[in-house]
Design a protein around this ligand. Sequence first.
Ligand code: SF4
Ligand code: SF4
Length: 304
Amino acid sequence: MIIAVLSGKGGTGKTFLSVNLALAGIKSTYLDCDVEAPNGNLFLKAKDVKIYNSEVVQPEFDSEKCTGCRKCVDFCKFNALAFIKTPKLFPDICHSCGGCEMACEFDAITEVPRKKGEVQVGYHNDVLVVSGYLNEGEASGVSVIEDTLEHMEGNLNIIDCPPGSACNTMAAIGPADYCLLVAEPTAFGLHNFRMVVELAEIFDKKVGVVINKCDLDKIDNNMIKTYCDEKGLKILDTIAYDDELAKTNAHGIAALEAPEKSTKRCRTILDKSNSHGIESVAPSNDLTKRFSDMIKNIEVEVAK
Ligand code: SF4
Ligand code: SF4
């Protein structure tokens, strides 16, 4: 099963949820596709890491063979080529489609590799940890995300997606069986949440929601809950905002691996969520069980 965890904006709790779901699963694979800011490994600290280059191919021009016919420039609908005495490439907007090479009748174009980032693969206990890293200054992370997803393995793959609903996110949710949407109940959060709901609908994905930083005293006015009720979206769980949980997170400790004091605190927080009438399908106050149940419930949804 492949679960894509996504949110409309950064800082919503996507990595928190992805990392802990991967830890709750059995022999799961965690894939960090938030390639501009991959931070899942801050919690998982993978060992025995292997590094793979992530490359694309782009055109290189042979000025001896080039006749200046400009067919390559006319062909490129991405406007990645300009003609200034010879063809000039704007590498950031080249989509590596290979079309210009096909268009050239004079064999003046060769495709050469260009490194866009790397993929690091290691283990945290029995969790396979795969992290995509996009080089600074690159305009698109799609190719690095595709290379990251090549390492999917086993029965449970958790994809930590880039925030938002642009090309990078589309590339990350492509293979998913299920989209788990994380939302925070603010006006900005709702605006972006709507966009990822629409994205999941366009891709015809099954969807569930976790409301993070949820103020339980004001749950009746929770704008995400109201929106989910209107749209008929299933709320799988809610997580109350809490300083202790934030501190654990800030220290790079996954909630499921926090020392007992913090774990107890997390459990209390989650237990509180239950008592505020949110219809959750992961009702246990045992933290590990709660995340495991979430996976099981998603499995049932995917099998429908
Ligand atoms: S199509 Fe080939 S020959 Fe024509 S301008 Fe481009 S590189 Fe030169
Ligand atoms: S490979 Fe495709 S996108 Fe890149 S310059 Fe050639 S035609 Fe344009």
